[in-house]
Design a protein around this ligand. Structure first.
Ligand code: UDP
Length: 445
């Protein structure tokens, strides 16, 4: 199947002055079509999917390149009108750990370039997600039949940020650290998801400030909006009167699940709470019998070791269309992450009018206004997390006030505005502007 057609008037777009005719998004290690909530599929997948589809709505057809992980995947899969996901052969057509993908990038880049040649498509802007894709974009520019379009890099997280909060076993390899140091020079521009990330790129990597634009990810307000709590609980088969803390996320140490596990016994012992709260845990895998398996099994074991197994309800990962039900059913959403570049779950919950108690880290510092649209607590501090959750659960007035603030606050991140901001950044790059990448894109504040 051929890629989605260009909008009029010209086939290649180079017959007109319009500098932006088609974009390429590179997402080597994970696909926007992947099931969310597993180890490596979460916010970035959602981001790439939503960005691509909103760019297409703005008149910018987009191809998303990802590594082929199954021989059965068609080369081109339509994602939404104007957007195709292109499965690129690189290494075996099976899942490969992302730490082993770097040596496959030359093949990936060569096949990506070949695809474009074969299909007769050219790109005016290339947007690379994560460090592996940045390197693939760089290689695509260095190849014989090279791409000449400007490329914009988005790290989503950097190894430096991740290592700052990772345990010894989860540290990122030197190769990633080194490559991330090179990419700001190789890219024509960088998009940071929050102002701290921009400062990090500028101060630590020495990236010229004019090359970096902060544009946060968006949230789908058509999907995430307030719904009736009772009806949501009835649909999910949950009791109507149980205090409910919701966790949604990948089962990854960075999500601070250990902090949540340690906070739950404290919550269960809190005398201010007339009923012990339950944690509804969305993410990870269940086996055929509905029991946690893989990394989620270890979360369940740790809950058992703490004597709070009855306080957890593991429902596995859920299709995103179902998540509004889970948010609506909750009294509060816990986001205990050690680090978040943005933290989509927090903003989705806020858009549903549910207060969040989140770690004071990364993007959450800018999306959650402490005391106005949620509560921020120190990361890796179970007592502080338990206290924050208890406050929201006990104090009805506080909960309502935060819920109203959350709703207002989430509106800033509506996708149409976010995509338009990215489109303007692309436009400047495609027009050859390098002096100042960012205009009035600032959405925080
Ligand atoms: N998500 C989902 N189903 C799940 C778990 C997560 O659809 O079972 C989605 C969730 O709606 C959110 C994303 O995955 O959009 C997670 O993004 P976030 O930024 O919170 O975390 P990340 O995965 O980027 O670390």
């Amino acid at each position: 199947m051929s890629p989605a057609g260009y909008s009029d008037p010209a086939l290649f777009g180079y017959e007109t002055d319009a500098p932006l005719r088609r974009s390429a998004q590179i997402c080597v290690h994970t696909s926007p079509l992947a099931t969310l909530g597993g180890k490596d599929a979460g916010g970035m997948n959602v981001y790439v999917r939503e960005l691509a589809c909103h760019l297409a709505r703005l008149g910018l057809p987009t191809d998303v390149f990802t590594r082929r992980t199954s021989p059965d995947t068609p080369e081109v899969t339509p994602l939404c009108p104007g957007v195709s996901v292109v499965a690129v052969a690189a290494g075996p057509p099976e899942p490969v750990d992302k730490n082993d993908l770097f040596p496959l990038l030359p093949e990936f880049a060569a096949n990506m370039v070949r695809y474009a040649l074969r299909e007769g498509v050219r790109y005016d802007i290339v947007h690379a997600h994560y460090w592996l894709s940045g390197w693939a974009a760089h290689l695509a520019r260095s190849s014989k039949a090279s791409w000449s379009a400007p490329f914009v890099q988005m790290f989503h997280t950097t190894a430096h940020m991740k290592n700052a909060v990772a345990g010894a076993a989860d540290r990122e390899p030197a190769l990633r650290l080194d490559t991330e140091r090179l990419l700001p020079n190789l890219a024509d521009g960088l998009i940071s998801a929050n102002p701290d990330e921009r400062d990090d790129l500028v101060l630590r990597f020495g990236t010229p400030a004019a090359k970096v634009c902060t544009v946060p990810p968006g949230v789908d307000l058509e999907l995430f909006h307030p719904r009736d709590r009772g009806a949501a609980r009835a649909t999910l088969g949950l009791p109507g009167d149980e205090p409910l803390v919701l966790f949604v996320g990948r089962v990854d140490p960075i999500k601070g699940i250990d902090t949540l596990l340690d906070a739950v016994p404290l919550l269960a012992r809190n005398d201010d709470l007339p009923r012990k709260p339950t944690v509804l845990f969305v993410g990870g895998d269940l086996d055929a019998a509905g029991e946690p398996t893989g990394p989620l099994a270890s979360v369940a074991e740790r809950a058992t070791a703490r004597g709070v197994t009855d306080r957890f309800r593991f429902v596995g990962s859920q299709p995103q269309e179902r998540l509004p039900l889970f948010y609506a059913a909750a009294d509060v959403v816990a986001v205990p992450s050690r680090y978040e570049s943005f933290g989509l779950v927090a903003v989705e919950a806020m858009a549903c009018g549910i207060p969040v108690v989140a770690s004071r880290v990364g993007g959450l510092l800018f999306t959650v206004e402490d005391g106005a649209s949620g509560l921020l607590v120190p990361p890796q501090d179970p007592a502080a997390l338990a206290e924050g959750l208890a406050l929201v659960l006990v104090d009805d007035i506080c909960r309502r006030r935060l819920a109203a603030g959350a709703l207002r606050s989430a509106e800033r991140f509506a996708w149409p505005g976010v995509a338009a901001a990215i489109h303007r950044v692309y436009g400047r790059l495609a027009a050859g502007q390098r002096a100042e990448l960012c205009g009035d894109e600032e959405i925080y504040g």
